[in-house]
Design a protein around this ligand. Sequence first.
Ligand SMILES: [Zn+2]
Length: 201
Amino acid sequence: MSALTRLIQRLKELPGIGEKSAQRITRYILRIKREEAAELSEAILAARDKTRTCERCGNLTEDELCEICKDPSRVQTEICVVEEAFDIPLIERAGVYKGLYHVLGGVLSPMEDVSADELRIAELVGRVKQKGTKEVILATSATTEGEATAIYVAGQLKGMGIRVSRIARGIPAGADLGLADEVTISRALSGRKSMDSTDQE
Ligand SMILES: [Zn+2]
């Protein structure tokens, strides 16, 4: 296999990259300076080698704790629960949330055989018990699985004396956080509702 074919093959293995895109990227790589190509391959390796998950919240970081967990100015009594670490920069960009995060690492899915013990739910309960948490905001997506996960997590946090809320349906049903813009995310957060309100009313 020629070096060129090998590169195209590799690129085609990347998510969202088909034959056409692989060819376009290859054409670009053949045109750039050698140093630029070296920088690109080094960036891939460095990100791969240095990135780990925050021991507390599961965010991506290069240290034991992520930047958010290390920041004393963040509201320590609020935890926003998200599916993936990549949801965090989306919420951060909206600029309205000042608390902490907790990454579940997915959603409950009988179809894909993801059960509760595969998600970082026990870790969340542990954090809530340990520290003076006042509110947990469930920001899983508005899909069936995201909703089921939110309900399950809320159940696990029941009776712990904290407010458990769910982000508003500003985000279209079936869509994930990644598709929502900053305004939508801000509204979803500010319009969040207590999940235990039904048994209080
Ligand atoms: Zn963290």
